[in-house]
Design a protein around this ligand. Structure first.
Ligand SMILES: Nc1nc2c(ncn2[C@@H]2O[C@H](COP(=O)(O)OP(=O)(O)O)[C@@H](O)[C@H]2O)c(=O)[nH]1
Ligand SMILES: [Mg+2]
Ligand SMILES: [Zn+2]
Length: 323
């Protein structure tokens, strides 16, 4: 008889799994055939064979089919590195203090969220440090609303922080996560680990900074850890310095910028690249002093930046319809 469990943590050979029946954490090894790269990741549901004699090891016999998985694109080695699986929501964590807020990164994660088919929430963290001169959170929130993405205003450091600018804060976030598995993504230092501690009401303590952890496991490329709060399961992921989208084709990219795609149909020429001197370009006629037009232009800007990246794919790697 096997026992169902979920992977909480992994190193090269050993996996911490939570039994579904007793919720107890056990350490297991895996059948050799399952030890290949990316075969077992945090978030996976597995079947465990109990130790035949007490004191011997639990063994992972089978990995159940994943409902989804998220990965890092490693363009230099042309590889995708799976980080976690079976995720319900992507929490894109940004900082309103240091490190500085980066809109571009949010748009990149939204492309991924689309591609992975996992909804995203944007978290404005470190709001205790927010300075209106640095960026306009109201504009950012309007922009996200327009994209149908929910956002939350929090401070992971200050439990008493009450939201001032957005309709949703810490409590709303905590409520929305009930029963879900969420993965926190964002730059290093934005407060992902701290936010997990706060969401678990202090029951879960994670180390700040990745270095301590990275040295501990034998996995050098990445680590992610699933922690089980009473109400939700959260996956802490390492800070990703750059979110490369170079594995996407232009077609895939424009699909994730469906707003831009729709506006582009209003350009006079279907080949329009929306640059300044293009005659009949819809975007060039927009009024930069209008809020809504600013939103559209900010999206066009994000789109163009990522497009530069995907255009670099060598022809032989592109899908046939690209040419
Ligand atoms: N002022 C302030 N500091 C925070 C907040 N959230 C996290 N920090 C601090 O920012 C640093 C980085 O946090 P950490 O959780 O390790 O970020 P991670 O790299 O995204 O996991 C730590 O020193 C935290 O104490 C916040 O809301 N306000
Ligand atoms: Mg961290
Ligand atoms: Zn145009």
């Amino acid at each position: 008889m096997t026992i169902r469990a979920r992977i909480f943590r992994s190193s090269k050979r050993h996996f911490d799994c939570q039994r579904s029946d007793t919720k107890e954490l056990v350490t297991a090894t895996a059948l050799a055939t399952l030890l290949k790269e990316d075969h077992i990741v945090v978030g996976d549901w597995v079947e465990l064979i109990p130790p035949p004699i007490q004191g011997q090891e639990w063994v992972i016999e089978k990995v159940l089919e994943r409902s989804n998985f998220i990965f890092r694109n490693l363009p230099r080695v042309q590889k995708k590195n799976v980080i976690a699986s079976n995720v319900d929501v992507l929490l894109v964590v940004t900082s309103a203090g240091t490190p500085a807020y980066k809109r571009g990164l949010i748009d990149r994660y939204l492309v991924r969220s689309d591609y992975w088919n996992i909804p995203a929430y944007v978290i404005f963290n470190k709001m205790d440090l927010y300075d209106e001169k640095e960026f306009d959170i109201t504009f950012e929130a309007e922009r996200l609303k327009w994209l149908n993405v929910e956002c939350f205003e929090v401070s992971a450091e200050d439990g008493n922080y009450k939201q001032k600018y957005l309709s949703q804060g810490f409590r709303e976030l905590s409520d929305k996560l009930k029963g879900k598995t969420a993965i926190l993504v964002g730059h290093s230092g934005v407060g992902k680990s701290r936010l997990i501690t706060e969401l678990s009401e202090g029951k879960i303590q994670l180390l700040s900074g990745e270095t301590n952890r990275a040295n501990k496991g034998s996995h050098t490329t990445t680590w992610a850890e699933l922690v089980d709060g009473e109400k939700f399961a959260l996956i802490d992921s390492p800070g990703i310095r750059s979110m490369s989208l170079s594995d996407l084709t232009k077609e895939e990219l424009i699909m994730s910028f469906s707003d831009i795609q729709e506006f582009a149909t209003k350009c006079k020429f279907s080949t329009c690249n929306h640059e300044e001197n293009n005659k009949g370009c819809f975007f060039q006629k927009l009024d930069k002093s209008k809020r809504e037009d600013q939103l559209i232009l900010s999206r066009l800007d994000s789109y163009k930046r990522v497009l530069e990246e995907v255009s670099d794919i060598p022809d032989w790697l592109k899908k046939p319809q690209d040419n």
